[in-house]
Design a protein around this ligand. Structure first.
Ligand code: AMP
Length: 467
């Protein structure tokens, strides 16, 4: 039975350089959040860093910092962190000093307390010299004073890396509420010789969308984003009605990540003269998707990919971009869009990794529709996929066995499952595969209350695109 103290803000450094580093960190955070007397308030992005000290040629680390609110005493919190390390397979007794590890959890700060006991020194005595701690810490508490150097986290980090981090300036963003005007603007930019990265979205933007926008802005001279809740791809009118919308808020977020232009429009503006009085699109305007649209989402949401192909094709016609950015989160959609772009000959399609919340829950505009309890439950999707990944890593290659593992994990957590399957991502077919797989992706759709969620996870690849 643990004793309770008044709630205290604590900061914990996380690191991993062995196994699936991202999963190790995400699972540790999910488990930490489930500990009694601990809430995870915020987590920095994960930074890839060179190992400091220890044996030569060890793998690079992923490092981050988590901000906690805790009722555990410092020693109890330390033991809790050590338990989580052990659960992740770390063996503190036998491992070499500074050697590779699946999980490293260090208590950096416990409120403003100063403790110097065996094995428990806070603030952590070496943190001020460690860029790999200060960089993620700076995202959460840039103004915290460091007692050894007397500087703020931001200033000490700047000293270490030799350049101060300045808050990013917000650029002007051009807004159009008409796709024709947006298309003309893009043409003019291309005529000046500029490359354009395009991110189609349905708005209610979150960090996942912003990742796509950042990728577009980084690789191209200009990034542009469309925000359009496309009625053609909703097979359920209630789902269309409930879909969150916030065009002004979206524009403000995009300006901060350096997007040059955002536009929206109505169905009539996208397809002038092709929308009837009943709001239906004329038959000849529809674009049929290729065979990747069969099965899974395609079966569960009849007409969905036809609606996606139709609007994406129209967007590609109107917005003459160099590259278009889509998320791995909607895996089957990426196949449909790639087929479409290949058939047209442009643009180049870039797929970005799925952005996840601390709990592992894939970010989605629909997450806004979940109650706090449903949101907590929804994190179980990542747990189920991670269990299938562990089975894959243990050598299981039979699709049926991997499917069964996924189903068992979802059923155990009482999800209402629409589908949950493991497939070969590069040999896509409408039918579930049997027999051994060479590559594997777990895909699932479930209902959590009234909200439908989808997610997927490559079982055969180390997690990438970590931020
Ligand atoms: P949506 O607004 O849901 O149509 O999504 C617009 C684009 O953002 C699509 O290419 C999605 O795959 C992508 N996207 C949505 N959620 C995420 C996420 N969590 N991580 C990465 N990309 C995402």
């Amino acid at each position: 039975m643990s004793s309770r103290v008044a709630s205290t803000r604590a900061l914990v450094a996380l690191g991993s350089n062995l196994g699936d580093r991202l999963v190790n960190l995400q699972v540790a955070l999910a488990r930490l959040a489930q500990e009694e007397g601990v809430s995870v308030l915020a987590v920095s992005s994960f930074h890839e860093t060179e190992p400091v000290g220890g044996p030569a040629a060890q793998p690079r680390y992923l490092n981050g910092v988590a901000q906690l609110e805790t009722e555990l005493e410092p020693r109890e919190l330390l033991l809790c962190l050590q338990r989580l390390e052990a659960r992740a397979g770390r063996d503190r007794v036998h491992e070499p000093r500074n050697g590779p590890r699946r999980l490293d959890l260090d208590l950096l700060f416990y409120g403003e307390q100063r403790l110097s006991e065996p094995g428990l020194q806070v603030p952590h005595p070496r943190l001020e010299q460690r860029e790999f701690v200060l960089a993620p810490l700076c995202e959460l508490e840039p103004d915290r004073r460091l007692e050894q150097c007397g500087l703020s986290v931001r200033a000490q980090l700047a000293k270490l890396v030799g350049s101060a981090k300045t808050p990013s300036g917000v650029r002007e963003i051009v807004r159009f509420d008409n796709p024709l005007a947006a298309g003309v603007w893009v043409k003019a930019q291309r005529a000046r010789g500029l490359s354009v990265g395009f991110v189609p979205t349905m708005g209610a933007l979150h960090e996942g969308h912003l990742e796509l926008a950042r990728a577009a802005a980084a690789k191209n001279d200009l990034a542009v984003v469309s925000v359009f809740v496309n009625p053609l791809q909703f097979n359920d009118p209630l789902d269309f009605q409930r879909y969150p919308r916030d065009f002004d808020g979206d524009g403000a977020m995009l300006a901060k990540v350096g997007v040059a232009m955002v536009f929206t429009g109505t169905l009539e503006q996208f397809f002038p003269g092709k929308v009837g009085a009943d709001g239906r699109l004329a038959g000849e305007a529809w674009i049929e998707p290729g065979p990747s649209a069969c099965g899974l989402e395609g079966s569960r949401r009849p007409g969905h990919f036809r609606g996606v192909s139709t609007i994406v094709n129209r967007l590609f016609e109107q917005i003459d971009s160099t590259r278009a950015y889509f998320g791995q989160k909607d895996f089957q959609q990426t196949l449909v869009v790639r087929d479409l772009a290949r058939a047209r000959g442009s643009p180049e399609v870039v797929i970005c990794p799925t952005s996840r919340e601390i709990s592992g829950l894939a970010r989605s505009s629909r997450n806004q529709l979940l109650s706090p309890a449903e949101r907590a439950r929804a994190a179980g999707l990542f747990v189920a996929q991670s269990e299938a990944r562990e089975l894959w890593l243990a050598g299981e290659r039979r699709a049926e066995a991997l499917d069964a593992c996924l189903h068992a994990a979802l059923t155990r957590q009482e999800f209402e499952v629409e589908y949950a399957e493991v497939r070969d991502p590069e040999a896509w077919s409408a039918e579930a595969r049997t027999g051994p797989l060479e590559r594997a992706i777990a895909l699932l759709a479930v209902r959590v209350g009234r909200t439908r969620l989808i997610d997927n996870l490559r079982l055969d690849e180390p997690a990438s695109g970590v931020r």
